[in-house]
Design a protein around this ligand. Structure first.
Ligand code: ADE
Ligand code: ZN
Length: 335
């Protein structure tokens, strides 16, 4: 299929960790700027280290990398670089995760993180017409009390932060650990999403739905092990934000040919494709579409469906959704 069709088709990115867009070049430059010592001598040495056999291998390197983000300008530049790459991949709307605890635990102020990111988001909306929303993720390897304290810090910024999410080490940290935090967040008006069923079992997806009352499941690919759960996700129209290159890099699937995203689409689930942590997993959103298309033989109709799903599963206002759905339908076919 024509690569340009995949790049051009309007799409939303719904699963993207801003800290996961820190490319080795920017990482090394910020380490020099702030005098942060690194274990790696060059960009190439860093890239060589990006070999993972499970989620935790990646998280160890990802948190270390995030240690070079220190001032507001760092967060602004990081976010700006991502938005320009996304725009080039046909992204018209991005819902972006940020992990405040990764930074506040190091003594960086919550406001420094938020203000830097928000400045780049506002600029991209003005200059590129790329709309966005922010999703604050709690780190699930830390305590529920720490998550509650982070929620308290976010309350004054309710107008800037649309949703809350849950990420980091999944195994051993079930969603139910955060039931009270999510109840409080929903009361305050935040929408809820959560990573579940990436490495963790189907039981974690049930908990995300029933205890955290999420509007979407991030990853969710292990739902397939439980046919009743898979049927429920389809019947309730709960979208999955799937990240194909991430799943292969973190050995959730042995290779792309094994990925279940097409089977899940065929069972009526609202599947969306996303890039997760593109600086670490070898590609941005169009690379994810292209890799899935090539390995799974996705048709032009499948690509249109995935793009449509990304719009309908987003938290955009209805009128904007209709605008982008009409643009997708009006697009000429792939060569
Ligand atoms: N944080 C960044 N990327 C993540 C992922 N894929 N799973 C859980 N936590 C993450
Ligand atoms: Zn993720």
């Amino acid at each position: 299929m024509d690569e340009q069709f995949i790049r051009r088709i309007p799409k939303a990115e719904l699963h993207l960790h801003i800290e996961g867009t820190l490319e080795p070049e920017m990482l090394m430059a910020l380490a020099r700027k702030h005098g942060v010592p690194l274990k790696y001598a060059s960009e190439d040495a860093l890239r060589q280290a990006y070999q993972f056999s499970r989620l935790q291998d990646f998280l160890d390197i990802y948190y270390e990398g995030a240690g070079v983000l220190r001032d507001e300008d760092d967060f602004y530049r990081l976010t700006r670089a991502y938005l320009h790459r996304a725009h080039a991949d046909g992204v018209v709307h991005a819902e972006i995760f940020f992990d405040p605890q990764t930074h506040t635990e190091r003594g960086i102020a919550f406001e420094t993180v938020l203000n830097g990111i928000a400045r780049a988001l506002d600029e991209a909306e003005r200059e590129l017409g790329l709309s966005s929303q922010l999703i604050l993720c709690f780190l699930r390897h830390l305590s529920a009390e720490a998550a509650m304290a982070t929620l308290e810090q976010a309350l004054p910024y309710r107008d800037r932060i649309f949703a809350v999410g849950l990420d980091s080490s999944e195994q051993g940290h079930p969603p139910a650990k955060f039931s009270q935090v999510f109840a409080r967040a929903r009361e305050a008006g935040f929408v809820a999403v959560a990573h579940a069923g990436e490495e963790g079992p189907p039981a974690y997806i049930y908990q995300a739905l029933d205890d955290l009352k999420v509007a979407r499941i991030d990853h969710g690919v292990r739902c397939e092990e439980d046919p009743a759960l898979t049927r429920r996700l389809a019947a309730e129209g709960i979208p999955l934000t799937i990240c194909p290159l991430s799943n292969v890099k973190l050995a959730v699937f042995d290779d792309m040919v094994q990925h279940n995203l097409k089977r899940l689409m065929d069972q009526g689930l609202v599947v969306t494709l996303n890039s997760d942590d593109p600086a670490y997993f070898g590609g941005y959103i169009a690379d994810n579409y292209l890799a899935a298309q090539a390995a799974l033989g996705l048709t032009e109709a499948d690509i249109r469906q995935l793009a449509r799903n990304s719009i309908t599963a987003s938290f955009m206002p209805q009128a904007r959704k209709e605008h982008w759905l009409a643009q997708i339908d009006a697009m000429g076919g792939a060569a």
